[in-house]
Design a binder for this molecule. Structure first.
Ligand SMILES: *Cc1c(COP(=O)(O)O)cnc(C)c1O
Length: 377
C-alpha cells in the first residue's frame, strides 16, 4: 500500500502553490552569477528589509534558545496602539497565509462553501479544500472583483468569503464604499475575510474597523512580508472580534510565530522613514514600468500594488527569454491568466534592466508573436 492510498480524501487534488523560482536555482540552470540574478517574482520589497527590523532581529537572536512569547503580547499591544484596536482583537501568525488557513480550519467543515474571485490569490481555494470545504469561484470581469456576482453566490452553506484589495495577481482595487455596502448585506452565518497584504501601498485603503465594531463578521489580515520587507521571517496578523480571535487561538500551535520575527515586526512598525521610502519608490517604479511596457507595445492593466501585469501573447517564451537573461518574473498559468506575466516593481535600476531586456527580446524576429493581442492589430 502506498501513502497515496492512505491520504485523506481531497489532498491529492489540492492546487499547488507555485512560488517564484529561487535565485540560486535559476543561476545554476543558466550558469549565471547568483549576485547578478534579478528576482521580480514574489512581490518582495525592492528596498530590502526595514533596517530597524534587521537590528532588532539581530538582537533577538541572542535569545534564540528561549521559546518565543506564544501570545505575541508585545507585538499585539503595539499593533493595537498603532491601529486603534484592542490587543484581544489581534491574532499573530506565521505570515498572513497561516492566519487565513487557521481561519478556514476554525470555520470550514465538509460541504461548507468558500467564495472567492476566479483570479484571486490561490491560497483561498487551498484553504477551502484543505478542510473539505467547497470552493466557489466567481468570475472577475476586467480582472476586478464583481461584488454583485459574489453576493449572488452566497447560499445557506456559505461559511467564508475571501477578498484581497489590491488583489494579487491582478493588482485591482475594490472601491471601499462598495465593499462596505456588500459586507452590510451579508447574512449572519457568513464570515468576510479581507486580505490587506498590500494595503500600505494605497493612499486610501478601505478601513473595515468600524464594521467590526458594529458587529459585522469581518476579519482582516495584514502582513510584514511586503512593505516592511520581512517575508523570510514569516510574520502576519489578523484582526476582528475578540470571540473569533479566541477561537483562532484554540486551533493554532502554541508557538506559531518566532521571537525573532516578533521583535523585527515590532521595530518595523516604528520605521516610518522606511515605509514612506518604500511607498514612494514603488510609486515611481509603477510609473516607470507601466510607461516602459506601453512604449514597448505591451498591454499593462493599472495596478496600485507593488507589482504589475504585463500582457504578452507568448508568456511562456518571454518568461524563458527573461530567465536566460537572469531576470525572474512570474507566469500565471495556474490562475488561468496565461496571456500575462506578473512583474514585481524593483528599484529604478532593476526596472530599467528589465525594460532593456524586454526591448532586446522584442527586437528579435519573434517580436510580433511575443506582443499582446491588442498591439498586433
Ligand atoms: C503576499 C501576500 C500575502 C502575504 O502572505 P504572508 O504569508 O504574510 O507572507 C497575503 N495575501 C496576498 C494576496 C499576498 O499576495
Amino acid at each position: 500500500m502506498k501513502y497515496r492510498d492512505l491520504v485523506r480524501p481531497g489532498v491529492l487534488s489540492l492546487p499547488v502553490y507555485e512560488p517564484g523560482r529561487p535565485i540560486e536555482d535559476v543561476a545554476r540552470e543558466f550558469g549565471l552569477d547568483p549576485n547578478g540574478v534579478l528576482k521580480l517574482a514574489s512581490n518582495e520589497n525592492a528596498l530590502g528589509p526595514s533596517p530597524k527590523a534587521v537590528d532588532a532581529a539581530a538582537q533577538a537572536m541572542r535569545h534564540a534558545h528561549l521559546y518565543p512569547d506564544g501570545g505575541a503580547i508585545a507585538l499585539r499591544e503595539k499593533l493595537a496602539a498603532v491601529r486603534g484596536l484592542k490587543p484581544e482583537q489581534i491574532f499573530v501568525g506565521t505570515g498572513s497565509n497561516e492566519v487565513m488557513v487557521l481561519l478556514a480550519q476554525a470555520l470550514v467543515g465538509p460541504g461548507d462553501e468558500v467564495i472567492f474571485g476566479e483570479y484571486a490569490f490561490i491560497v483561498y481555494k487551498l484553504a477551502a479544500l484543505l478542510f473539505g470545504g467547497k470552493p466557489v469561484s466567481v468570475p472577475m470581469p476586467n480582472l476586478a472583483h464583481d461584488l454583485d456576482a459574489m453576493a449572488d453566490a452566497v447560499t445557506d452553506r456559505t461559511k467564508l468569503i475571501f477578498l484581497p484589495s489590491p488583489n494579487n495577481p491582478t493588482g485591482t482595487v475594490t472601491d471601499p464604499d462598495d465593499l462596505k455596502a456588500f459586507i452590510r448585506g451579508l447574512p449572519e452565518h457568513v464570515v468576510f475575510c479581507f486580505d490587506e497584504a498590500y494595503a500600505e501601498y494605497l493612499d486610501h485603503p478601505a478601513d473595515l474597523r468600524p464594521l467590526i465594531a458594529e458587529g459585522h463578521k469581518v476579519f482582516c489580515t495584514r502582513t510584514f512580508s511586503k512593505i516592511y520587507g520581512l517575508a523570510s521571517l514569516r510574520v502576519g496578523y489578523g484582526y476582528g472580534d475578540p470571540e473569533l480571535i479566541q477561537l483562532l487561538n484554540q486551533v493554532r500551535q502554541p508557538f506559531n510565530s518566532t521571537g525573532i520575527g516578533q521583535a523585527a515586526a515590532l521595530a518595523a512598525l516604528d520605521d516610518h522613514e522606511f515605509v514612506t521610502r518604500s511607498r514612494e519608490s514603488n510609486r515611481a517604479g509603477l510609473k516607470q514600468l507601466s510607461e516602459g511596457f506601453k512604449r514597448l507595445g505591451l498591454g499593462c492593466p493599472p495596478s496600485q500594488a507593488n507589482f504589475l501585469l504585463m500582457e504578452v501573447a507568448d508568456s511562456r517564451k518571454v518568461f524563458e527569454l527573461l530567465e536566460a537573461r537572469g531576470i525572474i518574473v512570474r507566469p500565471l498559468h495556474g490562475y488561468g491568466l496565461s496571456q500575462y506575466l506578473r512583474v514585481t516593481v524593483g528599484t529604478e535600476a532593476e526596472n530599467h534592466r528589465l525594460l532593456e531586456a524586454l526591448e532586446d527580446i522584442l527586437a528579435g524576429d519573434q517580436a510580433v508573436s511575443l506582443k499582446g493581442e491588442k498591439e498586433r492589430r
